[in-house]
Design a protein around this ligand. Structure first.
Ligand SMILES: [Zn+2]
Ligand SMILES: [Zn+2]
Length: 339
């Protein structure tokens, strides 16, 4: 089968690797759509430290034993290899499982570990059913496209009375616009890239400000009539954005930290921001499994969801796909490994 490979700094191609073989309750999935996520960072640096994809939607083609899925099932592939047995997995928050199974030790090969390939292997319980009438491309947004900010909306109970600040409009932040607007909230976003600012407005953001605007804080406060925003989705990983979320949060407001960050600390003041304002902070990665049907409901019923997907490439075009993603003139970029 074909699989993506990084061969140097900003160099990628497809390589032939053996097809994976299902084992125990791990099923073989034909990957029909693999959305790109953080792997482009590895493409830029020339190492594959960010892996070769963890998001996918596809069709089960083979199982080793009778299990929760069968050949022909259309499925969203959840990320990771959580154990499925510990208290955290049983609570649904499998993404935080401390006992993840080592793929290569379990299967005896690296083949089938990654989503940017024609087939992958996955424990049956991490394969969630896609209704017949839901297009595969849209269903694939149920992983990181909508997932992190869906979890943030649930954690902070976002609804129609809320003002939502979103800092950073990469694919996760754009998904935040879709989720917050779907729940009836008002959205203001902060993002320097004009392409993504425009896209966020098409998805329903009322206003998009540039972080370089010297009046950005004041404008956010004016947008909330001086009260401050009810909830923030921090999707940029940038320290200046952490401060902006703290400064513009209303009293008793909430902030979800969603964007991965290399910043060594969080520039929020214990007294000024946390205690006096009574802020609540949430670290958010992915939604728990019981939320999956509601994530699908957003995909089915949001009138703008399709706009999140701006580019679709074949696996053979992986070089061009990662160049596009690195250039930032895109929303969610999808790979179709069989095109
Ligand atoms: Zn576990
Ligand atoms: Zn992802």
């Amino acid at each position: 089968m074909k699989q993506a490979a990084i061969t140097g700094i900003r160099q990628a191609k497809t390589v032939e690797v053996p097809e994976p073989v299902p084992k125990d309750n791990w099923a073989k999935v034909k990957v029909l759509v693999a959305p790109l996520c953080t792997e482009y960072k590895g493409f830029l640096s020339g190492d594959a430290a960010h892996g070769y994809g963890h998001e996918a939607a596809g069709e089960v083609v083979e199982v080793a034993q009778s299990c929760r899925v069968k050949p022909g099932d259309r499925v969203v592939v959840q990320p990771g290899t959580a154990c499925g047995r510990c208290a955290i997995c049983l609570s649904g928050f499998f993404i935080h499982c401390p006992h993840s199974i080592d793929f290569e030790t379990f299967t005896g090969s690296a083949s089938g570990r990654d989503a940017l390939a024609q087939y992958l292997l996955k424990p049956d319980w991490l394969l969630c059913p896609i209704p017949e009438d839901l297009p595969m491309d849209l269903a694939s947004l149920a992983v990181c496209g909508l997932g992190p900010t869906f979890a943030a909306c649930d954690a902070m109970n976002v609804g129609a009375f809320d003002s939502v600040l979103i800092t950073g409009l990469g694919p996760a932040g754009l998904g935040g616009v879709v989720n917050a607007v779907f729940r009836g909230a008002r959205v203001l976003a902060v993002e320097p890239n004009p392409y993504r600012a425009r896209l966020a407005q098409e998805l329903g953001a009322e206003i998009v400000l540039s972080p370089g605007d010297p009046q950005v804080t004041q404008k956010i406060m004016e947008w909330t009539e001086g009260r401050g925003v009810d909830v923030s989705f921090e999707c940029s990983g940038d320290s200046a954005a952490f401060s902006l979320c703290g400064e513009t949060a209303r009293r008793l407001g909430q902030i979800a930290l969603i964007g991965e960050s290399e910043a060594p600390s969080l520039p929020l003041s214990v007294s000024k921001h946390m205690i006096r304002k009574g802020l609540r902070l949430h670290g958010v990665w992915h939604y728990p499994l019981p939320a999956f049907p509601r994530v699908l409901q957003v995909i089915r019923d949001s009138p703008v969801i399709g706009k999140m997907i701006t580019h679709v490439f074949s696996l053979d075009e992986i070089q061009q796909a990662w160049e596009t993603q690195a250039g930032g003139q895109c929303g969610k970029v999808l790979i179709r490994p069989w095109d």
